[in-house]
Design a protein around this ligand. Sequence first.
Ligand code: ADP
Ligand code: MG
Length: 262
Amino acid sequence: MSTKTTARTSPASEALKQITHLAAALKAPRITQAAARLAEHARDAGWTHEDYLAAVLEREVAARNASGAQLRIRASGLPAGKTLEDFDFDHQPAARTPIQALASGAWLVEHRNVVLLGPPGTGKTHLAAALAVTAARQGHRVLFATASEWVTRLSEAHQRGRLDAELARLRRYPLIVVDEVGYLPFEQDAANLFFQLVSSRYEHASLILTSNLPFSSWAGVFGDQVVAAAMIDRIVHHADVIALKGASYRLRDRGIDPLPSI
Ligand code: ADP
Ligand code: MG
């Protein structure tokens, strides 16, 4: 049974006070701000109750996703400031369509890979990082390191007798980026560790690899034709291979030809 209220406060401000308490209990403080701000707009615009509730919850979810993405990006080892928004596709026109298709993130759900090939300075690292940032924004955990850094991590785990555990841990990341395959040739142990990384992710989780070398030269990197062939087989079985072309973006306005024709 309710008694007649003598309070001077309006029902709306009472309700907002209650929302503040409830939002705090839910650990969703942004609901408080959104609820007050959107209430007036909702009345003016004649929203239904459902429209209003959806709009308020949407603000909270968007804010959570954004701060989650920031956390994932900070923990990933990604270089700063490499996004699809600041990639100039006019400089790399053939990459536009395939990269834009990958931006949906569907390939991650299918555990597919992306391989970016091309000469130095053509944007391989930038695009690899940008796709990883896109994945992080879509809610996926990502890790970024060079091929040599991955090998160092794996050999440390191997020395501690924890290689399988480390590979299993890495499989829980839907995406890892392996930058600069081929800059340094691998010793046989390193090549074997790298092969295990590729095998352990095959059809379970995605990889982005970048390389300045065509697949035909990977045998030289891994020191062994058979290991290289087996690895390439697993990488490209479900992969988009994108070849970047042309002159280095770093040198684009300098009039420098890094490989002068003889
Ligand atoms: P790669 O890994 O192929 O050697 P990077 O991705 O490191 O090349 O590119 C070299 C530099 O040029 C980076 O700072 C990168 O952000 C920039 N860059 C390369 N291509 C583009 C592009 N098309 N649009 C904008 N920046 C680019
Ligand atoms: Mg690079």
